[in-house]
Write a protein that binds this ligand. Structure first.
Ligand SMILES: CC(C)(COP(=O)(O)OP(=O)(O)OC[C@H]1O[C@@H](n2cnc3c(N)ncnc32)[C@H](O)[C@@H]1OP(=O)(O)O)[C@@H](O)C(=O)NCCC(=O)NCCS
Length: 160
């Protein structure tokens, strides 16, 4: 069952999801287009889902890596709701939610300037690069903004 965790204003709310997570596959595929890769983190993830007027707009999947670190495995907003601030709100919420018990949030993403800038503007810094991650781990080429993704870039943000 979904747990209502935060009411933002009158219409917007963020819910924490710990069961029936496969129900969110459609929106997860916006952030990560390979269902096999999603299934690798689906069970251990906690999902935070943002609803505006009871309409699902965005999702953030988080796993606890160790006693100090959480990792965002997926952050996505349906295309028709993008650029309205939903993902930023969700990211803020997630960072606040974990800051009492964890020191750092990390995430890996493709080498896509728009995505990297999105995170850098919100306090993340690049830490390392995993060579050939997308070509080695995905069954087909992943293309974003007309460019095939090859390496994975890891970013981190301090929660303290
Ligand atoms: C990245 C994404 C989650 C942003 O969601 P959103 O709800 O539109 O985010 P906000 O409205 O809070 O912020 C908009 C920002 O996203 C950026 N953005 C818009 N479309 C984007 C896209 N297709 N890919 C990456 N970033 C995008 C905008 O440049 C804007 O950045 P700015 O505020 O720094 O100028 C959303 O665009 C998305 O789901 N993209 C596809 C999946 C993806 O690439 N996820 C990121 C890696 S996990």
């Amino acid at each position: 069952m979904d747990k209502e965790v935060k009411q933002i204003g009158l219409k917007m709310e963020i819910r924490e999801v710990t069961s029936n997570k496969a129900d969110y596959m459609e929106i997860l595929l916006i952030g990560d287009e390979d269902e096999l890769m999603i299934n690798k983190y689906l069970e251990q993830s906690t999902f935070f889902v943002l609803y505006d007027n009871d309409i699902l707009t965005s999702i953030c999947a988080v796993i606890e890596i160790d006693s100090e670190t959480v990792e965002i495995k997926n952050l996505a907003t349906y295309p028709e709701y993008q650029n309205k601030g939903y993902a930023s709100k969700l990211l803020d919420y997630v960072c606040n939610r974990y800051k009492e018990k964890f020191r750092t949030v990390i995430l890996g993403t493709g080498e896509n300037e728009t995505t990297l800038n999105f995170y850098k503007k919100r306090g993340f810094v690049e830490t390392r690069r995993i060579k050939n991650f997308f070509t080695d781990n995905y069954s087909h080429p992943i293309v974003e903004n007309g460019k095939q993704l090859v390496d994975m870039i890891y970013l981190k943000k301090s929660l303290t």
